[in-house]
Design a protein around this ligand. Structure first.
Ligand code: AMP
Ligand code: MN
Ligand code: MN
Ligand code: MN
Length: 280
């Protein structure tokens, strides 16, 4: 019998808001028993060459990957693209446009934090961003912890930076249509990331699934570091109902911050068709 795969198809490196370099993430995934891996940095493919080379050197199977920020119905939704052509010009240009505006937003986050009594956060967060084009709320959170304003990153989000908190500056990210179109145009599989994190009504969730599917979206994350075990069951049900392929990934960012380490998730329910089914 073929040994079951330990797939981890969602994680981050210093190319976005993770703390390890792409090759270090690969090494940690491999050490933790991952046999099929994808690095999915936010809005950026700059870490893929290093990631794929490191995976090849370790003898670990690997897909290319990206996590695209989308604005849909007034909320941020993340769409993972797996097995994309990392040289695809339309995808690269779309990601470049999606990243634009982060620097200006970061300055505004800095101003809001200053108004809340935490000055210097923009200058403080910058050195945490390994990729200056990809300064994110996570980098601010790490700075505020280091500066002693909060005990940990999670607390920073709960108090100041979560979507509904005062220092968050909302962005108009890519459209769902564009994100799915770029991924498909680059030969990849589009996947709704961590659906359990979105605050949509039942009605809006079904609209999201219908629209995503009609655009050619194929997958949904069922088992992720962002879901509770009850949510594994809930989104497995969604996968069956809509005929989505199922994906799984830790959403690992840092050994100190992530709820779930690389390779430490339970397997997908065996009746679901996994995203890698027709791609290995
Ligand atoms: P950004 O792309 O700058 O809006 O930042 C989004 C990132 O912030 C996500 O990818 C997560 O890594 C992190 N994040 C967002 N919301 C939370 C939260 N409530 N708790 C912890 N991390 C969060
Ligand atoms: Mn992140
Ligand atoms: Mn995400
Ligand atoms: Mn992620």
């Amino acid at each position: 019998m073929k040994a079951a795969l330990n797939a981890d198809l969602h994680c981050h490196s210093t190319v976005s808001d993770g703390v390890l370099a792409p090759s270090e993430v690969a090494a940690r995934a491999h050490a933790n028993g991952v046999t099929l891996w994808a690095l999915t940095d936010h809005d950026e493919l700059g870490g893929q060459a290093e990631a794929m080379q490191a995976a090849a050197d370790l003898g670990m199977r690997c897909f290319s990957g990206v996590e695209i920020s989308v604005t849909w119905s007034g909320q941020t939704v993340h769409i993972v693209g797996l097995d994309v052509d990392t040289q695809d010009a339309t995808l690269l240009e779309g990601l470049r446009r999606t990243r634009a505006g982060r620097a200006e937003r970061a300055r505004e986050i800095g101003q809001r934090l200053a108004a809340l009594g935490m000055p210097g956060a923009y200058e403080g967060a910058l050195p945490y961003a390994g990729n200056p084009e990809l300064i994110s709320r996570t980098h601010f959170a790490r700075f505020l912890v280091e500066a002693g304003y909060c005990p940990d990153v999670q607390t920073v989000f709960t108090r100041y930076l979560a979507d509904d908190r005062e220092a968050n500056v909302p962005m108009k990210w890519a459209s769902l249509e564009n994100a799915v179109g770029w991924i498909r145009g680059a030969g990849g599989c589009a996947i709704i990331a961590h659906p359990g994190r979105y605050k949509f009504s039942v009605h809006l969730f079904s609209r999201l699934y219908d629209e995503f599917k009609s655009l050619g979206g194929e997958g949904i994350e069922v088992v992720t570091g962002s879901h509770s075990p009850e949510q594994y069951i809930q989104y497995a049900h969604v996968a069956r109902r809509y005929g989505f392929l199922a994906s799984c990934g830790s959403d690992f960012h840092s050994p100190d911050e992530s709820r779930c380490d690389l390779g430490r998730l339970p397997p997908l329910p065996p009746d679901l068709k996994p995203v890698w089914h027709d791609r290995l």
